[in-house]
Design a protein. Structure first.
Length: 122
């Protein structure tokens, strides 16, 4: 259904203006990593923030503890792109807490550790 038809049918639907892609800070990432906001709370009681995070080949986030689909809360982990391909994931955060306060950011992943992980999946 075309967007105009959807808007005519559902008068309460809002179409957000396009939000520019932003480059993530080097304090948390090695290499080029970009973020595209997708959703944020609009009304009382909504708490979810969603963003698409894209990693250039070889880019990675620093080691951190948090909650993901593959690790329990508090488990240290990192994620990034393989040396020869892009990688992206959806970051979905409960907006009830400050991510900088609820995520324990640790050291950057060294090239040596990254190289071992990259060769294991190649």
């Amino acid at each position: 259904m075309p967007v105009a038809a959807i808007c005519a049918y559902r008068r309460t639907m809002d179409i957000d203006p396009r939000t520019p892609t932003v480059k993530n800070p080097p304090e948390r990432f090695t290499g080029d990593v970009w973020l595209d906001p997708i959703a944020a709370p609009r009304t009382e009681g909504q708490r979810m923030i969603v963003a698409k995070v894209r990693f250039a080949p070889g880019a990675r986030v620093e080691l951190h503890a948090g909650q993901t689909a593959y690790s329990p809360p508090g488990e240290e982990h990192w994620h990034g792109a393989a040396a020869d391909s892009l990688m992206e994931h959806l970051a979905m955060l409960d907006n009830a807490d400050d991510p900088d306060a609820t995520t324990t950011w640790l050291e950057h992943v060294t090239d040596e550790v990254y190289g071992v992980a990259d060769s294991a999946v190649s």
